[in-house]
Design a protein around this ligand. Structure first.
Ligand code: NAD
Length: 517
C-alpha cells in the first residue's frame, strides 16, 4: 500500500494499475536522473482530461541531502570557472531552448493546461532571462577607487553565495525556474530547484538540456515534493539563499523560516491587480486588453488584471465587455485557436465557483457566467469560461481573495481620486494599469499609485529582464527583486578590499588611533 499526498492533505489508498504504470518523476542530482525511493507521491494530471501523466515523489531526506551536498561540492569548482565560460553555458542553453520551444511547450501544455501559444510565451519570458544571464558579467563587476589614502586603493567584488535554492509555483512551469537558476549559476552559485509538485515535467526537460549543453554535474540539481522538501531547503546549512514564487501562505512561511535560519530569501507572492479605466480611454483597445489580461491563461497569472475600476462614464461599457469576453474560445490547450485552457485542478475550479457564488450572495452581479461551461470531448476538464462580476464592493469576497481564475470584477467609481484610494488601500501591490488618453492623468497615476509595476494603456506590465520584477506591499517579501541587476545582487555578496603595498622606503608609524586615512 502506498500513500498518496495531494497538497497539504494525504490519504492512504490502494494504488490502481494505472497509478503503478505511470512513471515516477526522477530527481536530477549531480547530473544524474535517479528514481526516488520515496513512497509518497503527488499526482500529475492533464488538467484537460484528468489523465494521470506522472507521479511526483516526495524526495527522501537522503535524496535531499545528496542534492545539497552535490551542489556544495560542485560550487568549489564552479565558482572558479571563469565568468565568461559560465556565460557560454548560458548561450548554449539559450540556443537549445529557442530551437526546442515546441517540444517544451507540448509538455508544458499537457501538465499545466495553458494553450500552446501561451506555453510558448511562458518559455519565451524565461528565455529572456537566460539571454540576460549571457551578459551577467557586466552587472557582476565591482567598484574601485584609488588613493583613498596615500598609496591605498579600495575595490570591491561581487562573489557568489554558494548553494542557492528555488521553490516554484504551478502557473509558469518554465518561466519561473528560468527566473531563478540561470542568474544564480551565471553568478557562480550552484542550485537546488524544487519545481511545483503539480508541474515538474517542464523542469525535468530543462534538466535534460543542461546535461546536453555539458553543464558540470551538481551545478543544478532538482528535487521534488511538498512541505518536507521546502522545510529541508529552509533548514539545510549548505543552502545560503532561497528564491520563492507562489502564494502568500507558503511564501510568508518560507520567508520566516529561511531568514530565521540566516538565509537570504526573495519571495514573490500573490496579487490583486487593478486596472483603472478612465472614460477618455480608447474603448475598443481598452476592452480587448482588459479581457486578454483577465481571462488569458485562465486567469492564472500573478499579473492578471482581476479588478477593473470603471471611472465615471466608463461604467457604461459593461455590455461591450460581456460581448468581447463571450467571444473567447474555451478548449483544451493543445487545440489550435483556443483562448482559455483549463484550470490546474478540480479543486481550483471548485474554489473559483465557490468564490464567485459567494461574491454574488454578497451583492455582486453575475454579468457573464462561465462557471458551468463544458467542452465537448473534454467533459472531465477543469474548465471555467470568462466570468464577469459587476458592482463589486471592497468588502466583497470576490474582491478580497485572489480568485486565480478567468474572473474579472468591476467596480464603479466617480473619479481618479476614488480609484487611486481603492488601489492604494489594497494590501497587495504587484501590478496595476491605467487606460487613458490624457498624459497628465497617466503621469499622476504612475506617481501616486502604491504599486510596484504600472502599465499605461497596457495591462500586464511585466518588466523585461534588463529591469527587475518589482511587486510591492503584500506581493513581496525580501528586498532584492527577481532578475535584472537586483536578481544578480540577490545571488552575490560584496567583498570590499582596501589594499596598501608597502613602499620599502616608508615604514608605518606605530599608533593605536582609528585610521582616518
Ligand atoms: P503555492 O504557494 O501553492 O506553491 C508554490 C510552491 O510552494 C510549490 O512549490 C509548493 O510545493 C510550495 N508550497 C505550497 N504550500 C506550501 C506550504 N504550506 N509550505 C511550504 N511550501 C509550500 O502557489 P501556487 O498555487 O503553485 O501558485 C500560485 C500563486 O503564486 C498565486 O498566488 C500567484 O499570484 C503566485 N505567483 C506570484 C508570482 C509573482 O511573481 N508575484 C508569479 C507567479 C505566481
Amino acid at each position: 500500500m502506498r500513500s498518496l499526498v495531494r497538497g497539504a492533505a494525504s490519504s492512504l489508498f490502494r494504488p490502481s494499475n494505472q497509478f503503478r504504470a505511470v512513471s515516477s518523476v526522477p530527481a536530477f542530482i549531480n547530473g544524474t536522473f535517479s528514481e526516488s525511493s520515496g513512497t509518497q507521491f503527488f499526482e500529475v494530471r492533464n488538467p484537460a482530461t484528468q489523465e494521470l501523466i506522472a507521479k511526483t515523489p516526495q524526495s527522501t531526506d537522503a535524496e535531499l541531502k545528496d542534492a545539497a551536498s552535490a551542489a556544495q561540492k560542485a560550487f568549489l569548482s564552479w565558482r572558479n570557472t571563469p565568468v565568461s565560460v559560465r556565460q557560454r553555458y548560458m548561450f548554449k542553453l539559450q540556443s537549445i531552448i529557442r530551437e526546442r520551444t515546441d517540444e517544451l511547450a507540448a509538455i508544458l501544455t499537457k501538465e499545466q493546461g495553458k494553450t500552446l501559444d501561451d506555453a510558448k510565451g511562458d518559455i519565451f519570458r524565461g528565455l529572456e532571462v537566460v539571454e540576460y544571464a549571457c551578459s551577467a558579467s557586466s552587472v557582476l563587476m565591482g567598484e574601485t577607487i584609488e588613493n583613498v589614502s596615500k598609496g591605498v586603493d579600495t575595490y570591491s567584488y561581487r562573489q557568489p553565495l554558494g548553494v542557492c535554492a528555488g521553490v516554484a509555483p504551478f502557473n509558469f512551469p518554465a518561466m519561473i525556474p528560468l527566473w531563478m537558476f540561470p542568474l544564480a549559476i551565471a553568478a557562480g552559485n550552484t542550485f537546488v530547484l524544487k519545481p511545483s509538485e503539480r508541474v515538474p515535467l517542464s523542469s525535468m526537460k530543462l534538466a535534460e538540456w543542461l546535461n546536453e549543453i555539458g553543464l558540470p554535474p551538481g551545478v543544478v540539481n532538482i528535487v521534488h515534493g511538498g512541505k518536507p522538501t521546502v522545510d529541508f531547503i529552509c533548514e539545510d546549512p549548505h543552502i545560503r539563499a532561497i528564491s520563492f514564487v507562489g502564494s502568500n501562505r507558503a511564501g510568508e512561511y518560507i520567508f520566516e523560516q529561511g531568514t530565521k535560519n540566516g538565509k537570504r530569501v526573495q519571495a514573490n507572492l500573490g496579487a490583486k491587480n487593478h486596472a483603472v479605466v478612465m472614460p477618455d480611454a480608447d474603448k475598443e483597445d481598452t476592452i480587448n486588453m482588459l479581457c486578454n489580461s483577465a481571462f488569458g491563461a485562465a486567469g492564472q497569472r500573478c499579473m492578471a488584471i482581476s479588478v477593473a475600476m470603471m471611472v465615471g462614464e466608463a461604467s457604461a461599457w459593461i455590455p461591450e465587455i460581456v460581448k468581447r469576453a463571450s467571444s473567447f474560445k474555451v478548449n483544451t490547450g493543445s487545440e489550435p485557436g483556443t483562448d482559455i485552457g483549463p484550470l490546474i485542478s478540480p479543486e481550483a475550479k471548485k474554489r473559483v465557483i465557490q468564490l464567485v457564488s459567494q461574491g454574488v450572495e454578497e451583492g455582486a452581479t453575475l454579468a457573464l457566467n462561465g462557471l458551468d461551461v463544458t467542452v465537448p470531448g473534454y467533459e472531465n476538464g477543469n474548465f471555467v469560461g470568462p466570468t464577469l462580476l459587476t458592482d463589486v464592493t471592497p468588502d466583497n469576497v470576490a474582491y478580497n481573495e485572489e480568485i486565480f481564475g478567468p474572473v474579472l470584477c468591476t467596480m464603479n467609481c466617480d473619479s481618479l481620486d476614488d480609484a487611486l484610494a481603492t488601489v492604494n488601500k489594497n494590501p497587495k501591490g504587484n501590478g496595476t494599469a491605467i487606460f487613458t488618453k490624457n498624459g497628465a492623468t497617466a503621469r499622476r497615476f504612475q506617481y501616486e499609485v502604491d504599486v510596484g509595476q504600472v502599465g499605461i494603456n497596457l495591462p500586464i506590465p511585466v518588466p523585461l529582464p534588463m529591469f527587475s520584477f518589482t511587486g510591492w506591499k503584500g506581493s513581496i517579501r525580501g528586498d532584492l527583486n527577481f532578475y535584472g541587476k537586483y536578481g544578480l545582487y540577490f545571488y552575490t555578496q560584496v567583498k570590499t578590499i582596501t589594499s596598501r603595498w608597502k613602499d620599502e622606503a616608508k615604514v608605518a608609524k606605530l599608533s593605536g588611533a582609528m585610521p582616518t586615512l
